[in-house]
Design a protein around this ligand. Sequence first.
Ligand code: DGL
Length: 290
Amino acid sequence: MTAIHPVYPLIDPMPKAHADAPIGIFDSGIGGLSVAQEIARHLPKERIVYYADTAHVPYGPRKDQEIRELTAHAIEWLYRKGCKVAVVACNTASAFSLDYLRDYYGENFPIIGLVPALKPAVLQTKSKTVAVLATPATFRGQLIKDVIQRFAIPANVQVIPVTCLDLVPFVESGAQMSEACLATLKAILQPVVDQGADYLVLGCTHYPFLKSAIQSIFGQKLTLIDSGLAVARQTARILIKNQLLFEQEQNNGLRIECYVSGNNAEHLKTVLQYLIQEDLTWDIRNIGVE
Ligand code: DGL
């Protein structure tokens, strides 16, 4: 793997994280908020800092090394913000960066990543055919190849890969129920329904925000699975293992602090009103590309 030179040198010696520091969550855009919501609900006492690289979204069409560099930069931002762990809430970024980041930060800054939730789909499919909807970059990565090898092949389950570069921009612009988005979903998913897929793995963290749109077209024909809750549980396990769980009661409810590298915070405020569930509060700030 080509070396990535961080913008700043590591803080030396690396300080040990504290339980009262926030959990850092990153995605190329607002998709990772589908994961952040699950983490907030699962770990309601924790403070959550969310970083969206909206200056560079989408990552899906980018080259492997570029994705790795953008991800390293974003995780560096969370680290310098004083986060105690980082969740790479992006399948595309995880596909190329987890080994590098874990090597680079070592034990004092745990990195939690994502891989499409193929295992539960393989365990539950009746038709022995599941579709995975993810970015082309995610399918180029080793993580998805490993889960197919480990779970689908031994169970004799056929995995149909589906990619589409238009979906992330639909979610980022708040157009997930638009005619154009519904027509795109129908065009890419009808063939997998026709091939007998009964489960659809949402292998990109933007796609849980398309659940209503997909269900409005396919109803019960496709059962949708995402990674959100599994990642929230994994985050809890990592915090416990590293003695970083925050135990004190918080009275200000579930809240996510969002920072975006693009200058579209105002627009995203409108989009997020429809995506973030009502029991969560959030604020969002432009920070520019630092
Ligand atoms: N949310 C990201 C993922 O999980 C992807 C999007 C993108 O920037 O293309 O893969």
